[in-house]
Design a protein around this ligand. Sequence first.
Ligand SMILES: [Zn+2]
Length: 225
Amino acid sequence: MKRMHAALCAALALAVGRDAPHDQTLRDYRAVSLAGFTVLVSPDTQADPATWERLEWRLEDTLREARAALPPHARRELAGVRIWVEGSRATADAFHTAYYIRRAAPAGVASRGDILITQPQAFIQGFGQGNVLLHELAHAFDDRQYGMQNPAVQAAFEQARRAGLYQNGEWTPYAVTNAREYFAELSSAYFLRMSAPPLDRARLKRLDPAGYAAIEAAWSGEADR
Ligand SMILES: [Zn+2]
């Protein structure tokens, strides 16, 4: 269970694409449209059609589910987020399935504000155990709307941490990593479900009412900016 939580994501700050060949360009990637999002498939993923075949429908299903859960204004806001599929050699560590890129990528072709799937096999294996891409899209929304510094979310996060919420081993521990992950994890519970408490919107409201209110306000566009 713990591993699954950790596999959800981090908002990646730097070093994206550090192992990608420097001469790789956008033209080497195949663009496909899945559930209204542009997905760019790396050359090494294209060279492994068996994996792509297993990944593509799961990716489309995950994106469709995330998109359907979001309010219309958020869908519009996130329409330009590109999803990059890199092969396993691509980036970072072997532990995270996907990243939101919150700072400029020093190499490679993915950009700030995009989402990177770095472990296609892990994505395939984790399919059905929580919507990894809703978590990443929540980071993208938080960044675009609030620069990842929504005061109401930060206050609720501090309050939850002081109260010891999410820290008893049964709750999702990833939520208290920092305010950014708090927002992304609670957004997953708010819109869909999670694999650990607070699980869903009703339980979130009961277990962490301040967090619930902050998430609701953030996605309604009514939070302080
Ligand atoms: Zn995250």
